[in-house]
Design a protein around this ligand. Sequence first.
Ligand SMILES: Nc1ncnc2c1ncn2[C@@H]1O[C@H](COP(=O)(O)OP(=O)(O)O)[C@@H](O)[C@H]1O
Ligand SMILES: Nc1ccn([C@@H]2O[C@H](COP(=O)(O)O)[C@@H](O)[C@H]2O)c(=O)n1
Length: 232
Amino acid sequence: MTVKGVNYIIRAHENEVKNSKIRMGKNMKSVIIGIAGGTGSGKSTFTNRLRDEFKDNVAVIYHDNYYRDQSDIPLEERKKTNYDHPDAMETELLVQQLQELKEGKSIQCPVYDYTQHNRSGEVQTVEPKKVILLEGILVLADERLRDLMDIKIYVEADADERILRRVIRDVKERGRDIEGVVEQYLTTVKPMHYLYVEPTRSTADIVINSGMNSTAFELVKNTIQKILDSEE
Ligand SMILES: Nc1ncnc2c1ncn2[C@@H]1O[C@H](COP(=O)(O)OP(=O)(O)O)[C@@H](O)[C@H]1O
Ligand SMILES: Nc1ccn([C@@H]2O[C@H](COP(=O)(O)O)[C@@H](O)[C@H]2O)c(=O)n1
């Protein structure tokens, strides 16, 4: 099963008792940082670098885990779903859970299985933290999510680089074949990108060229450190 972020969440859970310092205080405000960008742009790379830097001091939420449950549809049909349209996501659940995190409550986040094109049936406990990273192609496309965010980031990369990376990743990690990735890219991923993802670039506070951009990483890292060090 391929699951974004599950290792982190399990580690976060194990360390929770030890690290009472990193729990959010009752009156503490949490800051939500949205990290958007096209498929293969390097969003997860950038987000995971921040997660590795700050470990349990930040919560990380992947919008992909909120793809709708499709247990009532056979696998062959699930393969045909348009996963790049906003309706494919249960964003209403994500909005509700982000509000709960902001209120200092822990949440049970769904866990997605790309190989089955469905929720895995498992959930991860995510504890409230002062900084919440929210990653996904469409996180800036939803006004409710944008309104909850304090900092909006868009990771950019050329389309040819993105699709090349995606082919390799989807074959290696998401149980796909090359023909399937190309077919999906041309029929849904590419048109939806230009309809729903790329237009959100203009809503971002910061546009980053590549998820491996060290200068951008340092700037965002320093900003997060300041937030974590602040008394508020
Ligand atoms: N700047 C880069 N140069 C080369 N490979 C990259 C770069 N950024 C990301 N990758 C690789 O491309 C793949 C997709 O990156 P990822 O961060 O998962 O993209 P996204 O989350 O935006 O879909 C991963 O295998 C990652 O290691
Ligand atoms: N069952 C699914 C669900 C999603 N996808 C694709 O994932 C992409 C978003 O994830 P990134 O890490 O690439 O940002 C999105 O473009 C969907 O097409 C899928 O292929 N199958």
